[in-house]
Design a protein around this ligand. Structure first.
Ligand SMILES: C[S@@+](CC[C@H](N)C(=O)[O-])C[C@H]1O[C@@H](n2cnc3c(N)ncnc32)[C@H](O)[C@@H]1O
Length: 334
């Protein structure tokens, strides 16, 4: 998303961009795509089934059709592919856990002014219960499925036989790396409740047998073993620069000779550290949910790596439109 507000009209248009997301949220609240499934509906029948007004539903559906999520033929509406496959509980590709996490954020973002005033998250503390962690970990799996496959197809691990997936959560990345590299074994380092989900997912995949687990608070507890690759994806944005530096230093001691660390995240990449916009927007999420998280520039992370003893920090750029975020990985040797 690129926004460049130069006129009041630009400002107004940008401001009102909240309308479509709010429409999507209402459609999800009503389970519209699940109820519609693969059938085509008149407004009258759909309104009766959903228990909502015909007037409200007609306006909602017209907007969803204009956004490409519904198809309108005469007086009948049906779901297009995204709605049928990903937003529909009857579909095997339903992204329910991730959708729930996305929807919850609407309320959290309403508290942004308070978070800016205090500099602290809106909830007293990240709700670290096993049920929260299970739901979050499933959401991460649904979020990363496609990206993990794309990263695994492009990163060369031929000389590596062991990988530590730090904060690997559901193991989505580790499993894809194992599938692509039959001689490799991998270990996921995460909280016990996240590893429950990883075990359940691994059971459904042949390469799951080459996966092992370390349950730990990785900032405090001992980390075991030495690895050819340390993969750390979507973790450094949770922590402050000083915590990340300490953690990098510690992780380096778990690399085999000639081993490397690979970091995936959303990075600020221009000289002034204000772009891409998505990296700034994600920093807001970190303000709302974490005590000291943020998004960082490529230059910052390179600097931390050098200061903590890594050699030759550099960038791996994936094919445009693939991988997570902008498809940029940072790599350095131990
Ligand atoms: C945003 S998720 C990223 C999951 C996965 N790496 C990905 O890219 O999809 C961050 C992960 O780090 C784990 N994590 C955060 N702080 C942790 C800590 N102190 N100890 C262990 N795991 C932690 C969380 O449980 C979660 O699974």
């Amino acid at each position: 998303m690129t926004t460049n507000i130069k006129t009041f009209e630009d400002f107004r248009e940008t401001f009102f961009a909240f309308r479509l997301p709010r429409i999507l949220l209402t459609a999800l609240d009503l389970q519209l795509f699940t109820v519609m499934d693969t059938k085509s509906w008149t407004i009258k029948n759909l309104a009766k089934t959903l228990g909502v007004s015909e007037r409200g539903l007609e306006i909602l559906c017209r907007n969803l059709a204009s956004a490409g999520l519904l198809q309108k033929r005469g007086f009948r509406y049906s779901s297009e592919r995204v709605g049928r496959q990903f937003l529909n509980k009857h579909s095997p590709l339903y992204r329910g856990s991730y959708l729930q996490l996305m929807c919850q954020q609407w309320d959290n973002w309403n508290s942004l002014t308070q978070a800016v005033k205090t500099g602290h998250p809106v909830e007293e503390k990240e709700p670290e219960t096993p049920s929260y962690r299970h739901a979050f970990t499933w959401a991460m799996h649904e979020r990363s499925l496609d990206a993990a496959r794309q990263v695994a197809n492009q990163v060369d691990f031929t000389s590596a036989t062991s990988l530590l997936d730090v904060g690997g959560g559901p193991g989505t990345y580790a499993l894809e790396f194992l599938a692509k590299n039959p001689k490799m074994t991998a270990t996921i380092l995460d909280r016990p409740a996240a590893l429950d989900v990883a075990r359940d997912i691994a059971k459904t995949r042949r390469q799951g047998k080459r996966l092992s687990y370390q349950a730990a608070d990785f900032l405090i507890d001992p980390i075991h073993g030495k690895y050819d690759v340390i993969w750390i994806s979507n973790v450094i944005h949770i922590f402050s620069p000083s915590t990340n530096k300490k953690f990098f230093r510690r992780l380096r001691t778990h690399l085999n000779p000639r081993g490397r660390i690979l970091i995936q995240d959303t990075f600020l990449s221009d000289k002034q550290s204000i772009r891409p916009a998505e990296a700034n927007l994600f920093a807001v999420t970190m303000l709302l949910f974490t005590e000291s998280g943020n998004t960082y520039s490529l230059a910052d992370v390179h600097e931390w790596l050098k200061k903590t003893g890594y050699k030759n920090p550099g960038i791996l750029t994936l094919k445009k439109g693939t991988g997570d975020w902008d498809g940029i990985l940072i790599q350095a040797h131990g």
